[in-house]
Design a protein around this ligand. Structure first.
Ligand code: GTP
Ligand code: MG
Ligand code: ZN
Length: 292
C-alpha cells in the first residue's frame, strides 16, 4: 500500500497553515472540519456572524434559526455539512423541550459551536449558499472590542463576514437601561473601524439589527426602526452615519415564561420557558441572504 503524505491545510477563518491531522486551528481554534467540508464543495463559503452582548440571546436565536432552516422554513432548504453543524440546534431544542434555556457559551473559542450549512433559497430563482455561522460568547466579544486582537478568531471572523446579525436586548432597552445602546454602539464602532479602511467610506456589509426578547415588550414588533430611534438613539445615529446597508427586526422565541427558584442555597429566580413560540427569527436571515 502506498504511503500518502498528509498535506498542510489552511484555516478557512484565519489562513494559518495547520497539519492535516489538526482538529482545530492552532492559531484561532476554528474547527478544521470547516476546511475539509468546504473543499468538497465548489462554492466559497460565506460567513454570517451573530454578535451581541452576553445574555442577549445569541445561542437561543441561532439554534432556533438553524432548526427552522433544516425544517424547510419559508423559501429555504438547508443541509448541515458535518454532524458538528447539528450540535447547536440539538442542544437548544432539547433544553427548550425540557423548559430550560441552554447554558451560557464558554469564553474559550475551542468550545464554541460552529454550523456549516448548504442553504438553498428557492425564490426569486433557486440559489445555493454555503454558510458558516459560529456561536461566539458575548464575553469574548466584549474582550475583543475592548482590546482588539485579543481573540484572533473574532477578529478574523469579523474581517471576513459577509453578513452581520446584531442582537440587542429590547426588554432592557424598553426599561430605560442604556447598557444595550452602549454595547451595540461599541460593537458597531469596532465593526466600522475594521471594515472601512478609507476615511469617509461607510460599512456596506448587510447588517441586521435584531431586537430580541420581544415577548417582554410586544410593542417592539409594531415598528422596529421606530423603537430603535426612540430607545436606542446612539445606535440609530451610528447606523445613519456609518452603515449603508442596515435593516431592523424584532424577534422572540418564547410564548410565555414562568418563574421558579433555582433550588440552590441562594434561591435565585430563574425564568422557565413554558413553550416555544418563534417570532421574527427567520426574517433577518431572509433579508441578509437577499443582500448577499
Ligand atoms: N423572554 C425571553 N428570554 C430570552 C429570549 N431569548 C433568550 N432569552 C433569555 O436570555 C438568556 C440568554 O440567552 P443565550 O442565548 O444563552 O444568550 P447568549 O447571547 O448566547 O449569551 P452568551 O453565551 O453569554 O454570549 C436565556 O437564558 C433566556 O433567559 C427570548 O426570546 N425571550
Ligand atoms: Mg451563547
Ligand atoms: Zn485559524
Amino acid at each position: 500500500m502506498a504511503t500518502t503524505y498528509a498535506q498542510a491545510t489552511t484555516c478557512l477563518i484565519c489562513n494559518t497553515e495547520n497539519s492535516a491531522e489538526a482538529m482545530l486551528c492552532s492559531s484561532c481554534s476554528a474547527p478544521m472540519s470547516l476546511v475539509h467540508d468546504s473543499i468538497a464543495q465548489d462554492r466559497e463559503p460565506q460567513i454570517i456572524t451573530i454578535v451581541g452582548e452576553s445574555n442577549v440571546g445569541k445561542t437561543v436565536y441561532l439554534g432556533f434559526l438553524l432548526d427552522m432552516l433544516s425544517q424547510r422554513a419559508g423559501e429555504f432548504k438547508a443541509i448541515p455539512k458535518g454532524a458538528y453543524s447539528v450540535d447547536l440546534q440539538q442542544t437548544v431544542v432539547s433544553y427548550m423541550a425540557h423548559r430550560m434555556f441552554p447554558p451560557k457559551t464558554p469564553m474559550e473559542p475551542n468550545e464554541w459551536y460552529w454550523a456549516y450549512y448548504q442553504i438553498c433559497r428557492a425564490l426569486p430563482n433557486p440559489k445555493w449558499f454555503d454558510l458558516v455561522m459560529p456561536d461566539m460568547a458575548g464575553e469574548s466579544l466584549a474582550a475583543e472590542i475592548a482590546t482588539p486582537k485579543t481573540f484572533k478568531v473574532i477578529n478574523s471572523l469579523m474581517d471576513q463576514s459577509e453578513g452581520l446579525i446584531l442582537l440587542i436586548d429590547a426588554a432592557q432597552a424598553a426599561n430605560g437601561s442604556t447598557q444595550p445602546d452602549f454595547f451595540a454602539l461599541k460593537m458597531m464602532s469596532y465593526i466600522d473601524s475594521m471594515f472601512t479602511g478609507k476615511r469617509g467610506e461607510r460599512v456596506t456589509t448587510p447588517t441586521a439589527v435584531v431586537l430580541c426578547k420581544g415577548d417582554y415588550c410586544p410593542e417592539v414588533f409594531d415598528d422596529p426602526p421606530r423603537f430603535v430611534e426612540a430607545n436606542l438613539n446612539r445606535v440609530w445615529n451610528m447606523c445613519e452615519s456609518r452603515f449603508e446597508n442596515v435593516a431592523f427586526f424584532a424577534s422572540s422565541v418564547v410564548g410565555s415564561l414562568g418563574y421558579a427558584t433555582s433550588g440552590h442555597a441562594d434561591d435565585y429566580v430563574v425564568p422557565v420557558p413554558l413553550h416555544t413560540a418563534l417570532r421574527g427569527v427567520l426574517e433577518p436571515f431572509e433579508w441578509i441572504t437577499s443582500q448577499l
